[in-house]
Design a protein around this ligand. Structure first.
Ligand code: AMP
Length: 280
């Protein structure tokens, strides 16, 4: 695996390899890699000639400075995991490389998708996500982009970004990888102690209960019951929502036909976790 820290070196490499018309797969990450990230790398390695992974903790997508300051960094371990998974290139830029001083930040017309769920609780988050993914896609121009369903709303935002900016890239949304306990793998899990990790499994349990218990009609009582379940384990709940799986319109009433997804954001101590599950 080759590692590039500057756009210039990455671009020079890409220019050279493009002569052989390769299929390029791309996996953007913020590092502290786990099996969820690696599943995306493995998917890409299977179908592409070249797999590029980026590791960059993007400051513009953090609306909470403490969260940014505490974001885990395990770069040497990440490099070993990527080599073992068959990754071809790691792009590892600095903040000043991606955001040169004085450069203007773009604004994206994402519509209602950035006003609900994570968009509502983390104002500006998806603008920041688009700023960095736009820059990375402009550099790499991958044929295939791999992202995790764990970040359901992010996948929908990136789908929109690809359309808005006319990228010739196919987005692949990959299944959420979980611990055997059901807890969705996340870099933030590194900040949980063993007791908190056990408590956190309530999130997936609640999602499964929602899948079992959802019935056509008003779903408000079900959502409220699940909020209480999370709070009974001392989780601080941002939201328990049910949304149309296609457009993330939040619903209070289900017609029994439309495809739904349940989404949860809740904190265990000061570690904020998100998860989701398609319901039907
Ligand atoms: P992050 O480093 O958290 O920004 O995540 C980088 C990519 O890995 C995103 O596309 C995430 O959705 C994906 N990802 C994170 N956790 C998981 C997981 N448990 N299973 C599958 N994909 C994941």
């Amino acid at each position: 695996m080759v590692i590039f820290k500057t756009k210039k070196l990455l671009l020079a490499y890409l220019k050279k390899i493009r002569k052989a018309n390769p299929q390029i797969g791309f996996v953007p990450t913020m590092g502290a890699l786990h099996k969820g990230h690696i599943s995306l790398i493995e998917k890409s390695v299977k179908t592409n000639t070249v797999t590029i992974c980026s590791i960059f903790v993007n400051p513009t997508q953090f609306n909470n400075k403490k969260d940014f300051d505490h974001y885990p960094i395990t770069i040497q371990k990440d490099i070993n995991l990527l080599i073992n998974a068959g990754c071809t290139v790691l792009f590892l830029p600095s903040v000043s490389e991606m955001y040169p001083v004085g450069a203007k930040l773009k604004n994206y017309n994402l519509g209602v998708i950035e006003t609900v769920l994570e968009g509502k609780f983390r104002p500006g988050h998806y603008q920041g996500v688009c700023q960095i993914v736009d820059k990375l896609l402009t550099l790499v121009h991958p044929n295939h982009l791999y992202m995790g369903q764990k970040d359901y709303q992010q996948c929908m935002v990136i789908k929109k970004l690809i359309a808005l900016e006319n990228f010739n890239t196919k987005l692949h949304i990959c299944n959420t990888v979980r611990e055997s306990s059901g807890l969705a793998m996340s870099s933030r899990n590194l900040r949980l102690n063993s007791k908190e990790k056990i408590v956190s499994t309530i999130i997936y349990q609640v999602l499964q209960l929602m899948k079992q218990q959802i019935l056509p009609g008003n779903v408000t009582a079900l959502k409220n019951k699940m909020i209480k379940k999370l709070e009974s384990k001392n989780l601080l709940v941002d939201y328990v929502e049910i949304a149309d799986a296609k457009n993330l319109n939040l619903i209070d009433y289900w017609d029994g036909k439309s495809k739904l997804v349940a989404l949860i954001a809740a904190s265990v101590q000061d570690v904020r976790l998100i998860d989701n599950l398609p319901l039907n």
